[in-house]
Each structure stands twice: as C-alpha cells, then as structure tokens.
Design a protein around this ligand. Structure first.
Ligand SMILES: Cc1cc2nc3c(=O)[nH]c(=O)nc-3n(C[C@H](O)[C@H](O)[C@H](O)COP(=O)(O)OP(=O)(O)OC[C@H]3O[C@@H](n4cnc5c(N)ncnc54)[C@H](O)[C@@H]3O)c2cc1C
Length: 484
C-alpha cells in the first residue's frame, strides 16, 4: 500500500526528489549522533504547492490507514540538537526536506523586511541583507548549514539576542502548510496586527509539530557603521555578570553580543584545534588560565572611531573595578572573526572530546552565579572529577551547561550510568532558580520525558489541546514536544 503512496509522491515532486534506497543517513542521523532513525522515504518538494500536495496525500493515507504509523518529519539543515528533525526507527516516517525551497522572494528596504523560503540557508539570508546595506541579525555557529524554517521551527536564539531577540522577535509573517495540506497565507510585513490569536507566534518554536513553514517575512535592521569585538579575561562568573551590567550601562543598545566561556571549554578548543589562534597568543598560559572569559560585541551607528572609544572606555572601567583582568579589542574584521571562531568552535571541540550530557538552560541573570556554584558542587559530589563545559549567551541568561565524563571514565560508561541522574540534578536546580530546561534548542525527542516533569500540568494540557486541535491525526513530527 505504501508503494502507491510513494508513487503518488514521486508524481508530485518528481522521481529524482524522492529517496527510498541507498544511504539516507544524512537525513536519518541527528547532528549530535545520538540517534539514528530509519526513514520510509526522503521527499524534497520544490514549492509550497508541492509541500501542500505531499501533506494532503499523507494525511489522506493516514485517514485510511490510522494504524500505519505514517508521519512526516520536517527537516531543514538537520543541525538541531534535540533529535527533532530526524525520523524514529520505525521505517514509517517520511523526512520532508525543505532545502530545495531556497528562494528569497522579496527584499523590501523601505519596510525593512525580507520574505524568503524556508530552505534558505541562514548565512545566505545574512549576505542577501548585507548586499542591500541591511542586517538580518540572527547569528549562530551553524549558520552555514541551518535554514530559516529550522530557525523558526526551533525559535533559534544565537549570539545577538541580547539586542535583537530570538527568531520569534525577528519574524513578522509566515506561510504555513497545515497538517491537512492547506496553505495559510500569513506572510505580512506588518509590525502591528491584533486580529485574534497570534498564529505566527504559535507556529514559531513548534518544532514541526503544528505545521510546515514554507516561507517567512523577517525583520531587517540598518547595517551598523561599525561592529567591534572584544575578548576579556575574568576572575569569576560573578565578574562576568558585573561586566554585563557595565556593558549595558555604557553601550546601551550598542551591546549586540555577550558570550561567556569557562576556561575548560577553551582548553578543549586549544586541544582539538591546535592550529587555531587563541586570544592573547603572546601569553597563552597566563591569560587562558583565567577561569572565565567573555566575548563582547559593540555595534555602532556613528563610526568605528566612536565604537572604539566607547569600547575602550568600558574596558578601562572594567579593569579599574577589577571585574576584568585583561582585555583585547579586535583591531580588524579578520581579528574579530578569529575571536568569534574560537567561541564557535567550542561545540565541535566537545564533539571531538567525546559525547557529553548537554543542557541548554536559562535562569535569571541575577541568579546565574548561585545556580552555577551550587550545581557544580552538587555534580562534583555526585560524580567526583566530573568536567563542566560551561559556555553560552550570558547576556540572555542562557548557559550551555554541559557535563563531560571525568578524564579517566569512558564517555559511554558515563552516559549509561549517569545521564538521567545528571539531567535530573541540573533540571531540579534550574527549576529551583526559576529557569527553563530549554533556553533555545527546543524539546525535540530528547527532552520530551523531562518536559512532563518540569512543565506545569496546566501548560502541558493546553499544549496537548493545541496539538490535538490542529493535528488530530498526529501526522506531523509525532513524539516531539508533546507526548501523545
Ligand atoms: C554548531 C551548532 C551551533 C548551534 N548554535 C545554536 C545557537 O546559538 N542558538 C540556537 O538557538 N540554536 C543553535 N544550534 C541549534 C540549531 O542550529 C538551530 O536549532 C537551528 O535553528 C536549526 O535549523 P535547521 O535548519 O538545521 O533545523 P533542523 O535541525 O532541520 O530542524 C529543527 C527542528 O525544526 C523543525 N523544522 C525544520 N524545518 C521546518 C519547517 N520548514 N517548518 C516547520 N518545522 C521545521 C524540525 O522538524 C525540527 O523539529 C546550533 C547547532 C549547532 C550544530
């Protein structure tokens, strides 16, 4: 029976855009290599109409064969970190890849908006905006391969949230294929539209469970005259929180990035990428030995000289107050890129070090120090010698609080023996400090069980009602975000 469905899908998108045989692992394996699924097929539609037809065919099939387990898993760049974009191992889920839908439909400079299809690569969108002297500020380490659809599907954050907000704040309108195969034409460049429930905000961050985003209208900003990057070495995380307050006070909206890195995270970069130029190259042992480091970005609409003056003033104040022990402001764009490259290499360095237990958490900035101190202590008590790879978007109260096996313990043993206990310890602490167990990566499949414990029953009930109302057949991305 499935054979007829696959034939019909080939008819819609073209036989060369349906894959059923051979090596499909690029679509079946998640980025972290934590789960390898088995797809019934990979289907790559090239237009909104084709997406709608594919969904309709699958919805009809599912209605006729409710026990078939047929489902659709939307996928963009497959850089998601929670196992939400790859199929399960049933062999009954179709990966719906959006990457062929990669047209920028319109750039409206006067309205400061761009309308682009879901499969556009984030970096392409940044470059397209820059060619028009405009800025699309969403920026993250996976920008060379993640897509707009995935960015909106996960409500991605990244490195400029402190100034411009998450993907949700950057999105004005959406075009969406519903689980029934209808098209919602919600593309709009309006900044004000109070006409009932905000479907855009509901769809953004729904991780492919409520609809398939086929295009979006996103916000652009004037390109700053200068963007300067500085690297600071700090004596403590407390000092980083103080530096953040100083930066807000002295740079105002010019503060567009504030990333924190603990020394161990940087030591992994130095270990696994020995050719990489680390900051303070002349005195690596001394300054890299500082326990915490911060990467700051200052965007200025006046001039580079103005930006430099304000940045240097901030660093002087920070040095005087003792919250920074050493700092360098990048002299050129190349140097700035090198600094960012170090920060962005931490996730890859962790992969090379071996699997670890990832937590993408947020707590109020005012409670961050207390959270890290008490959770570090509790983890050391639970597993002596455990190594913490701490880094993240401190400007947003978001830390990638990752837990690596003690040096002498094989990573797989560590995961098998301790993963659940470590997760519960960290999430209990997050809850105690009024935080969230997922700041930006989403729930996907990996955090589904934990959500049942850490989200309020009332909120979970409303989420289930929304899913049931929009996708009663549970056709889109089942087993993700909401438990059946
Ligand atoms: C090195 C690295 C660094 C990262 N840094 C950050 C970071 O700083 N901030 C951050 O937030 N994330 C970060 N991520 C996570 C990831 O890059 C983002 O979540 C990204 O937005 C996912 O985009 P994607 O196209 O790869 O989506 P995918 O991985 O393909 O999909 C992610 C989710 O969105 C759904 N989806 C995909 N396309 C659509 C669509 N068209 N319609 C509806 N649903 C869809 C999928 O079903 C899945 O649930 C990072 C990942 C890596 C590997």
């Amino acid at each position: 029976m499935m054979h007829h469905l696959l034939e019909a899908l080939r008819h819609v998108v073209g036989a060369t855009n349906v894959f059923t045989d051979g090596d499909l692992s690029a679509w079946e394996q998640d980025w972290r290599q934590r789960s390898l699924g088995k797809a019934l097929a990979v289907v790559l539609p090239g237009s909104t109409d084709e997406v709608a037809q594919v969904v309709k065919l699958c919805a009809d099939y599912r209605a006729r064969h409710p026990d078939s387990g047929l489902a659709l898993v939307p996928q963009g760049g497959n850089t998601g970190l929670t196992g939400g974009s790859t199929p399960d191992d049933s062999g009954r889920q179709i990966v719906l890849g959006l990457k062929r839908m990669n047209t920028v439909r319109e750039l409206d400079a006067a309205n400061l908006t761009m309308t682009a299809e879901a499969g556009c690569i984030l970096q392409t969108l940044q470059e397209t905006a820059a060619q028009a002297d405009l800025l699309f500020p969403l920026s993250l380490a996976a920008e060379g391969s993640c897509t707009l659809g995935g960015n909106l599907g996960t409500n991605a954050g990244g490195t400029q949230v402190v100034r411009y907000g998450n993907a949700r704040e950057l999105c004005l309108g959406l075009e969406v294929v519903t689980p029934q195969g209808e098209v919602w034409h919600g593309l709009t460049g309006l900044r004000k539209d109070n006409t009932g429930y905000d479907l855009r905000d509901l769809l953004v961050g729904s991780e492919g469970t409520l609809g398939i985003i086929t295009a979006a209208t996103i916000k652009l900003y004037p390109l700053p005259a200068a963007q300067l990057t500085a690297w600071a070495a700090l004596p403590s995380l407390e000092a980083a929180v103080k530096l953040l307050a100083l930066a807000h006070q002295h740079l105002g909206p010019g503060l567009t990035g504030f990333e924190v890195m603990e020394q161990f995270a940087l030591s992994l970069v130095a270990k696994h990428f020995p050719a990489m130029r680390m900051p303070f190259a002349t005195e690596p042992s001394a300054t890299l030995g500082s326990p915490w480091h911060v990467l700051l970005e200052n965007s200025d609409h006046e001039s580079e000289a103005h930006a430099r003056e304000r940045f240097e003033r901030l660093m002087e104040l920070a040095l005087d107050s003792g919250c920074v022990v050493d700092a360098v402001v990048a002299e050129s764009l190349t140097q700035a890129r090198q600094l960012w490259h170090v920060r962005e290499s931490i996730p890859l360095a962790q992969v090379k070090e071996g699997p670890n237990i990832k937590h993408d958490i947020s707590v109020p900035i005012s409670r961050m120090v207390e959270f890290v101190r008490s959770t570090d202590d509790a983890l050391q008590a639970l597993i002596p010698g455990v190594r913490l790879v701490n880094f993240g978007h401190l400007g947003d109260g978001n830390l990638h609080y990752n837990v690596q096996a003690p040096a002498a313990m094989p990573a797989q043993d560590f995961l098998q023996r301790h993963e659940d206990a470590v997760n519960r310890l960290v999430y209990d602490a997050v809850t105690h400090f009024g935080g969230s167990i997922s700041a930006e990566h989403g729930i996907g499949a990996f955090k589904l069980d934990y959500l049942q414990t850490y989200k309020s029953p009332v909120a979970l009930g409303m989420m289930r009602a929304i899913k049931q109302g929009l996708d009663p057949q549970n056709l889109l991305n089942p087993g993700r975000v909401v438990a059946a």
